[in-house]
Ligand binder design. Structure first.
Ligand code: ADP
Ligand code: ADP
Length: 226
């Protein structure tokens, strides 16, 4: 589904710049949930941003279903660590945002948005503003917003990194359940080993300076935590 071939990324700067990623190959199959695990600075975000189309490789190619990625698109939904909700919009309006951009009527937007709000456990909070929500609830909203646009692929960059331990475990279980139910393809960046081995079906481990993939391991599915 997603083919990353010979990708490297150098950011310009003094003495040749910073090599963030070197000679990276990765083949992502439909419905894979890959956690990309590695220390800070190994190029995880850079890799994810290039898949998102927010940045371009220095060398190599990234193709989705055989077509080169040239920019962001509705086929890829993003969730970042820092809350990227629109603070002046309610939960419902945030989740409707992309649908509104597509020009759907308000009733249609809401008919699509509501089931995702329910799926992430936020019924009753539709009219709350982000500042009225806990961090976990804000990330649930961000997840519902990403899902509402109907992406085939979810790109998540340490989305639970700012949450407390217990909330984080709940969010991991929620995401694992959504992946199993909705059959999405997920790329999930983390530096937390626990998170990487709890969720998904593959762990890709990266090493730093310059960033490289060291190994790509299968993870047994449906492993209860307790
Ligand atoms: P990670 O997500 O694994 O922490 P990043 O992809 O953020 O790693 O960064 C990889 C390397 O690239 C780091 O050395 C970082 O400082 C550098 N880097 C990332 N983004 C930029 C940028 N926009 N300009 C210059 N250097 C960058
Ligand atoms: P309407 O959508 O009919 O304008 P709302 O009460 O839903 O009425 O929204 C009030 C205001 O909030 C809108 O005029 C618009 O500026 C903003 N807004 C509402 N929903 C969205 C959305 N999904 N995306 C962006 N802005 C929105």
């Amino acid at each position: 589904m997603l083919d990353i071939q010979g990708v490297s990324k150098t950011f310009p700067g003094a003495s040749g710049g910073t090599v963030a990623l070197q000679a990276t190959d990765l083949a992502v199959e439909e419905n894979d949930f890959i956690t990309i695990l590695g220390p800070s600075g190994c190029g995880k975000s850079t890799l994810l941003r290039m898949v998102a189309g927010l940045d371009t490789p220095t060398t190599g190619s990234i193709a989705l279903d055989g077509r080169p990625v040239t920019g962001p698109g509705p086929d890829r939904g993003m969730v970042f660590q820092s809350y990227t909700l629109f603070p002046w919009l309610t939960v419902l309006q945030n989740v409707c945002f992309g649908l509104r951009e597509q020009g759907l009527a308000q009733a249609e937007q809401q008919a699509i948005a509501q089931p995702f709000i329910a799926k992430v456990g936020l019924q009753g909070f539709e009219n709350h503003f982000p500042r009225q929500l806990s961090g976990g609830m804000q990330q649930r909203t961000a997840l519902a917003r990403a899902l509402a646009n109907g992406p085939r692929m979810l790109l998540m960059d340490e989305p639970f990194g700012a949450l407390d331990h217990q909330t984080r475990e709940l969010m991991q279980e929620l995401l694992q359940g959504i992946w199993e139910a909705e059959r999405k393809t997920v790329l999930f960046v983390t530096h937390d080993i626990d998170e990487a081995i709890f969720m998904g079906n593959r762990v890709v481990v990266m090493s730093a300076r310059p960033g490289r993939i060291k190994c790509d391991l299968p993870v047994p599915i449906a492993h209860p935590r307790h």
